[in-house]
Ligand binder design. Structure first.
Ligand code: G3H
Ligand code: ZN
Length: 277
């Protein structure tokens, strides 16, 4: 059944847990994530990034409608989220395309410009009934940039700045930089738990973890115990898909290798959801 991200995150806050949010690129991703969530008996968020929309030739509706249909047919609550949006034009398509939430990403901008852009995105989102997440202190490895060395200190979210940013922008959730980085194909990153603890105390909205594919199960569980309430996962699905296709590639019919890819992604989704506890 179709759910909304805000409601699922509120449930996670009440339960002291986290909702898993998976980035989808193809219909097989969406089908697999829903299958994994159904096997886990857990709600899930299907999220589509601005980059994935670019891969779709800039057309949001075909993949959004497919994801919406997957959500409506699911036996568990499934929400639709537009992820890492930089384009105001794409943001403005979210509500009509069936999304209940967006992540507006101006984290690459200096503080004042990030705040200004995020505040106007939040005003627009709330006027259109959307839950909105934003980011402060950039999580690395976006847009094909190499993932940051997870063991280097890198960019981190400052707790005092985070408290002001949330109060002044009016966002519903905050993505924080605490040691993870996007697009890691190995699970060797670690969370800065002391910083997460300070952020959880400083900020009065739910915290979101990005680049979660690079964290081992124990780090994911510890991040949730430390106050993360939405966990974004993308690359782990793509690693599973690509490995399955490579080992099941057939001369013509795509169904055998896409079946293997979907099964592998569903298993990955189930495993990651289970790791969150
Ligand atoms: O917003 C998407 C996530 O941060 C995914 O990151 O592909 O490194 O798991 P990941
Ligand atoms: Zn992200």
């Amino acid at each position: 059944t179709l759910a909304d991200t805000g409601g699922l995150v509120r449930d996670a806050v009440r339960a002291g847990g986290a909702v898993a949010a998976f980035n989808i690129i193809t219909l097989e991703h969406a089908e697999a994530v829903v299958a994994g969530a159904e096997q886990a008996g857990a709600p899930v968020v299907l999220q589509l990034s601005e980059n994935a929309v670019k891969f779709r030739g800039g057309r949001l509706l075909p993949i959004a409608r497919a994801a919406l249909a997957c959500a409506e047919a699911a036996s568990v609550p499934v929400a639709l989220h537009l992820d890492h949006v930089k384009s105001p034009e794409l943001l403005r398509q979210a509500a009509d395309a069936g999304f209940g939430s967006v992540m507006y990403d101006a984290a690459h901008l200096p503080y004042a410009e990030n705040l200004e852009a995020t505040r106007s995105a939040a005003d627009w989102a709330h006027a259109h009934g959307l839950w909105i997440e934003a980011e402060l202190g950039e999580v690395g490895g976006k847009d094909g940039a190499a993932p940051l060395d997870p063991h280097a200190p890198g960019a981190r979210t400052d707790p005092d700045e985070a408290r002001r940013f949330v109060a002044d922008s009016g966002v519903d959730a905050l993505a924080v930089a605490i040691g993870s980085t996007h697009a890691m194909t190995t699970r060797t990153a670690a969370v800065d738990h002391a910083l997460l603890d300070r952020l959880a105390k400083a900020v009065d909205v739910p915290l979101v973890l990005h680049g979660s594919s690079g964290l081992p199960d124990a780090e994911l569980a510890a991040a949730v115990a430390g106050g993360i309430r939405k966990v974004n996962i993308g690359t782990a699905l793509n690693v599973a898909m690509t490995e399955a296709i490579r080992s099941h590639l057939t001369p013509a019919d795509p169904r055998p290798y896409l079946t293997a890819a979907r099964t592998a992604m569903a298993a990955t989704a189930l495993a990651m959801i289970t790791a969150l506890g």
